[in-house]
Design a protein around this ligand. Sequence first.
Ligand SMILES: *[C@@H]1O[C@H](CO)[C@@H](O)[C@H](O)[C@H]1NC(C)=O
Ligand SMILES: *[C@@H]1O[C@H](CO)[C@@H](O)[C@H](O)[C@H]1NC(C)=O
Ligand SMILES: *[C@@H]1O[C@H](CO)[C@@H](O)[C@H](O)[C@H]1NC(C)=O
Ligand SMILES: *[C@@H]1O[C@H](CO)[C@@H](O)[C@H](O)[C@H]1NC(C)=O
Ligand SMILES: *[C@@H]1O[C@H](CO)[C@@H](O)[C@H](O)[C@H]1NC(C)=O
Length: 710
Amino acid sequence: MFSLRFLPPGSMMKLAFSTRKSFLYRPLGGNAHFRNLLFNRFRFIAVFLIVLSSLTTISFIIIQQPYESELDIPTSPLAIPPVPPEPSAPEIAPPVPEFVGSSVYHPFVLPPSSKYLADQTVRSIKAHKSISDECLDRWVATGQWEAPCTENMVDDAMIDLVYTWVNGSDPLHEKARMELEGATNYNPAEARFREHDELRYSLRAAHDATAGWLDTIVHIVTPDVPHPDTETQDALNTTSADQRRLGLVPQWLDIRRAFNGSDGEPPIILHHDSQVFRLTGRPGATLTPADATDWLGKVLPSFNSHAIESQLAHLDPGMVADNIVALNDDQFLMMPLPPSAFHSTLYGPVFRMQSNFRVGGDASGNADGGGEWRSLGWASHLMSQRFGDRKRPYMQHNARALSLPLMHEMSLAFGSYFAATPLSQFRGSHNASEELEVNTIFMATHYVIERHREALLWSWVVAKWGGRLGVLDRDQKKRMWRELGGREGDTLQLQQEAKRSTKADIDFNLWMAGVQSPTSPNSQVMGNTIYSWVSMDGFSASFLKLADVTTIKRRECIGEETELAWDMFLRLAQKDITCGDDVIATLMHASPSGLSVFLPPPSTQPSSDLDPIILPLEMPAEAPPLPPNPRAFAVRLFMRYAYVIGSSTQSFITPKSARQAATLLGNVSRRKDVLMCINDDLVDNQVVAGDKVMRDWFRRRWPNKLQYEM
Ligand SMILES: *[C@@H]1O[C@H](CO)[C@@H](O)[C@H](O)[C@H]1NC(C)=O
Ligand SMILES: *[C@@H]1O[C@H](CO)[C@@H](O)[C@H](O)[C@H]1NC(C)=O
Ligand SMILES: *[C@@H]1O[C@H](CO)[C@@H](O)[C@H](O)[C@H]1NC(C)=O
Ligand SMILES: *[C@@H]1O[C@H](CO)[C@@H](O)[C@H](O)[C@H]1NC(C)=O
Ligand SMILES: *[C@@H]1O[C@H](CO)[C@@H](O)[C@H](O)[C@H]1NC(C)=O
């Protein structure tokens, strides 16, 4: 069926700013940045304001210097201690293509089995490290990007594109699949392996859409097969022969040139399943290289895109940017876009979801395992177990913004489930209880949202009210109730639209930071993205807007008796989540912008040198000690999990016949969508004709070859 999801633009486009926006919208190259600042009158005013505000804060800066001196900082068990990264040789050397028959492959040697254990160190977000505590405090507390933040521009987010791709007709890959199908009696649907040269055109489209992005690299994750020589190697050389693999390569891609990159075209780097898959376990579990070797033997080769997505978190962070846009080859960026359409350092990744289409938890494994349903139900179940029971929106099936460090954190938090997912070598093939496939995209998105919500409640209940003693007595409970706006009586009801300026401030904040706005002055030429929900407004149970109506029952939600702050936090965060949601929404109503109401008072204690700052991956029953500077800690937490729920026009088409493909694609041509996905649902007798329609359309839409195309 044809399904077209058109999202109405929100109300935040402000005509008064259109001139400024039209200038800012132009992609800013690295060097042009300061030229642009000086030669544009709007930017010039911004610089002037910045200089002015810096002058007024110079004395402030001098006083703040002692923060940087070396102090004996007590460590907090709340965060994972920093472990020096293991020095590792770059895993991927410049590729040298190798022919087997008439097909070209990317030969490589398997890494040693010790490498197959996941890196257990939670990672920081690189762009946040260069932002001072003083700036972050101001930003998170007020929602205004102003001094002391304006001393440095933050730059547009650096974003890499990550494709997962397979050529189902590749002879060696097909052979491996047949062998596994024979061994397991499993018959996957053919469409999953058909191809219409989508990758070539998706890359051309991405090149047009991301021109002007800073230092973007395109990564393509493809399967690999044993080197056919393996079987004929003489005994003397068997050890190394076993380690030789061939990675699949798009036949039209000059992988040598692509690796180097060329004028104006981002480098393309190939990664292969055997280089990416890593064993994770329950948090705290000790795993050995032997476990990893054993696991790999059960999960590779993989013909399951869910399995491959479940491992993307292990892409080498030395090669792949923190901010990624994950694409399948049938997903296309249709228009030039600013980086903030997907990520910005200020507001975080931009998640596109279908707020009115919710997925509930289902641990039974009964749902269809050939599509997405079984994995969605399981993923939603896992989220509900960890963060409280609710239905969560489905993510739009199109290019997705994801954070690699946060995906990695999540894959450690749910380590055993991520390790179980690739046991399904075909989609849905492994159906043992507790070992169903996770839906990585769904979980990676909701994990960020939930960790942000958790941080809000931790900060208000544990850090602000619980304080050092960690006990909330009757008097404090009364003051908490008062802070919410409660008076006499047991019920606090709110029934009005919150007066928050968060959304109205977005363009100005980005402008002050030197970042292009996601909104387009002309959506016929540049893709427009609306930030419809920003985590600076707390948490939205509707995933759409701040609740206008909240009801808090004093006895049930806050209580009047003495309680450990940690217990109250766990109650609001995981058990009585409606109370938690209403508490957050009610607190948001009390201030016009920022999250200051959640924060404990400023402290003169040095902020933690722990890196990164996170709450435990699994919440312990007993409270861990407070960090030395709870406010600085909370501010970093809010920043780490900052996110946006956004929307751009998009289409998702699923042609079943050649004629339908022509109609649907004709319709796409007339529209000016930002994103498009074309899912091959062609019935058997339509495959040849449908393929021609699709290829012809792609060729007309993106006629210009990349320099790497042979
Ligand atoms: C052993 O295999 C390697 C490739 O891994 C190859 O370069 C080398 O020439 C082989 N040696 C012999 C003696 O076959
Ligand atoms: C896929 O494999 C087939 C068979 O080797 C080949 O003809 C085709 O060009 C390949 N497609 C791509 C995009 O590499
Ligand atoms: C890639 O870059 C390296 C180093 O700059 C150079 O030696 C090599 O010739 C380049 N390869 C291609 C195919 O352009
Ligand atoms: C697995 O699949 C079967 C049949 O589709 C179903 O009855 C069963 O409940 C599923 N779940 C588990 C956990 O085995
Ligand atoms: C073409 O797109 C429009 C939306 O722009 C939609 O209403 C219409 O149903 C589409 N036509 C077909 C044939 O799908």
